[in-house]
Design a protein around this ligand. Structure first.
Ligand code: GLA
Length: 640
């Protein structure tokens, strides 16, 4: 049963207070939005990347050919403007001054004579003249991924002495970022992490003397050994250098530590996109795995900072011309979770069927919606997911995703859309462009195996003059999520890595378990306090602080709060506090596991930033809490 504010027998206290000074608690309110703001980065990056099409075998002809195709096909006009080089562009780090050199044999326009040797400036200038943006690739360690994983003799592997082949950023952040962003004019950098993981003395290519030992600080598959703080700090140095050389912040920092090092937690504070899983490759099961690594992380994404389940693999393997339904599903899901949309296909020869997928402007618009609300899972099972995305002007999109290889009849309810059962709901299919007959309450839709159907939905909002917080995650910064020990997330589809079945199996490896969730507990169960279930709300651990950009648009905050039944810690008691621009507006008494929900309500009129704080009384424990039905009410629906 759903709990509404009117039906609730309130067992808690409602207290409206005047301002109190913040104490020294690290969870103390700051009174402001503390997350980075990138004014020139409004939506997830879209474009093209060389890796899935060419691996290290890249050259100017291939890249420029795809860049030209972006323009001539109209894809650039739809937003695909980044042309990103991946691994394989580099010749070496020049002895003496350590200046990075481009493979001039592959990129003839870089063969500028001059004190800097080669330069990517002409290449980048050309892309800019075409109305495009340019992306480059590096590694956060001394060496890159291809140097350890690509077969010896592959094109695009750096040459020269051992030191000259150390092409990664480690020890060179300032000079390299200056070269890439200030001198050459790149707009985007993807920073990989093999240099932190794969150059131990046990590595065969290190043993043979090809590369210098780098004692790993990132251990694939062993997340408890990862030095998360150190990894984060290294990426932070890159971000700081980018801000220094491009103070207008018109760049993208793409963190590529594959969900390792706890990047699913801190990526939002350090860069603009962060990979949430290991590499996608064109297998259906790998797509499930990558999607799952992002799908529960809506609370960690917002405008300027996006979860990245990896680049598109449309056109290859299980997403090729013979699998267009799967290809459309891949594209739909990536758009729903606000993933970067980076095409990984040789665009010089593109079949129309693939072009039709990438150029579906209605689906692209979901990804690029300016509010930046990643879709929230409204229904979860191993077979079917229903994802609901809150769009500008109170509109909704819903995707029904058949994960299974059997046909499925899916029931979609108005409640899942946060629409009322009383008024009709209209659905417009964004692939077939058909309007469906309106339904009231619920409707049934058939999905073919692996099919996703995606619609915009319109009806009567359950909260006509307000928003549930789970409808505005793009305006929320989870400043502290209460996780004290990074634990791997066990809920992801376990696809066989690289199609091998050696070893004992696929263990969970990406930390972030227990993180904040929209409309679910931190442990991916339905929100529940005492005997009450909540379909809507925020689930988070105690000792957490959430910032909400309310921008003076609302008058009241209201929630029914308590310790969630999914808590591991049944002993601790928790208090809930609401601050507005640094002033305490409301708080509850301490509640514990099994207690009934308490109403907490605050007047937020004129407030710019609301902070929600859940404070645990005891020093230890992992109390999971629910801000049930957490919502902001405004005087006027027009201000939404
Ligand atoms: C890693 C990354 C990939 C790609 C390759 C290049 O595996 O995750 O996306 O950049 O390295 O070597």
């Amino acid at each position: 049963m759903n709990l509404t504010s009117t039906s609730l027998a309130v067992s808690g206290l409602l207290i409206l207070l005047t301002a109190q000074p913040a104490d020294a608690d690290p969870l103390a309110p700051t009174g402001r939005w503390t997350a980075p703001v990138y004014h020139s980065l409004k939506a997830p990056p879209m474009g093209w990347n060389s890796w899935n099409a060419f691996a290290t075998d890249i050259d100017e002809k291939k890249v420029m050919g795809s860049a030209q195709a972006l323009v001539s096909s109209g894809l650039a006009g739809l937003g695909y403007v980044y042309v990103n080089l991946d691994d394989g562009w580099w010749a070496k780090r020049r002895a003496g001054d350590a200046r990075m050199q481009v493979r001039a044999d592959a990129f003839p326009s870089a063969a500028e004579a001059g004190p800097d040797g080669t330069s990517f400036k002409p290449f980048v200038d050309q892309l800019h003249r075409m109305g495009l943006k340019a992306g480059i690739y590096s590694d956060i360690g001394r060496n890159s991924c291809s140097q350890v994983f690509s077969p010896l003799g592959s094109p695009g592997l750096p040459v020269g002495s051992l030191a000259e082949r150390e092409v990664g950023l480690f020890g060179h952040v300032d000079a390299d970022i200056r070269a890439y962003f200030k001198d050459w004019g790149f707009d985007y950098i993807k920073v990989d992490a093999c240099g932190l993981a794969d150059y131990s003395p046990r590595q065969q290519r290190v043993q043979s003397g090809q590369y210098r030992n780098f004692e790993p600080i990132l251990f694939r598959g062993r997340p408890t050994l990862n030095q998360n703080q150190r990894i984060r700090q290294l990426y932070q140095e890159v971000g700081a250098a980018m801000a220094k050389y491009r103070p207008q912040q018109d760049y993208v920092l793409s963190i590529c530590s594959w969900g390792q090092g706890d990047s699913r937690q801190w990526g939002k504070a350090v860069g603009n996109t962060w990979r949430t899983s290991d590499d996608l490759y064109p297998k259906w099961e790998r797509m499930l795995h990558a999607f799952d690594s992002t799908a529960t992380r809506a609370m960690y994404s917002r405008v300027g900072a996006w979860n990245d389940p990896d680049m598109l693999f449309i056109g290859a393997g299980d997403f090729d011309l013979a699998h267009l339904s799967e290809a459309r599903t891949h594209f739909t899901l990536w758009a729903m979770v606000n993933a970067p949309l980076l095409i990984g296909y040789d665009l010089r020869q593109t079949p129309k069927e693939l072009m039709d997928i990438w150029s579906n402007a209605d689906v692209i618009a979901l990804d690029q919606d300016p509010l930046g609300n990643q879709a929230v899972l409204a229904y979860r099972s191993n077979d079917v997911n229903i994802l609901v995305k809150s769009l500008t002007n109170g509109r909704k999109a819903v995707a029904l995703f058949n994960r299974s290889s059997s046909p499925f009849e899916v029931t979609l309810t108005a409640a899942q859309l946060k629409l009322t059962d009383e008024a009709p709901v209209t659905l417009r299919d964004l692939w077939s462009k058909q309007d469906l007959a309106p339904f009231t309450g619920e409707t049934k839709l058939r999905l073919a195996p692996h099919e996703s159907r995606v619609f915009t939905a319109q009806g009567q909002r359950r909260l006509p003059e307000g928003l549930y917080l789970s409808e505005m995650t793009g305006q929320i910064n989870v400043a502290e999520d209460g996780i004290s020990t990074a634990e791997p997330d066990p809920e992801l589809y376990r696809a066989s890595s690289w199609s091998r079945t050696t070893g004992p199996g696929e263990w969970p490896t990406y930390t972030g378990w227990g993180g904040a969730q929209a409309d679910a507990s931190p442990y991916s169960t339905g929100l529940a306090i005492g005997g009450h279930d909540f379909d809507y709300g925020i689930g988070i651990l105690a000792n957490s602080r959430i910032e909400i950009k309310s921008d003076r648009k609302f008058s009241t905050f209201r929630a029914e709060a308590g310790v969630d039944n999914a808590t591991r810690d049944r002993a601790s008691s928790v208090r809930f506090l609401v601050y507005g621009d640094g002033k305490l507006l409301a708080s509850t008494r301490a509640v514990k596991f099994g207690d009934q929900p308490v109403v907490i309500e605050a007047n937020v009129l004129g407030v710019l930033v609301i902070e929600l704080i859940a404070l645990r009384a005891s020093p230890r424990g992992d109390a999971a809490v629910a801000w049930g039905n957490a919502r902001l009410i405004s005087g006027s629906p027009r201000t939404l």
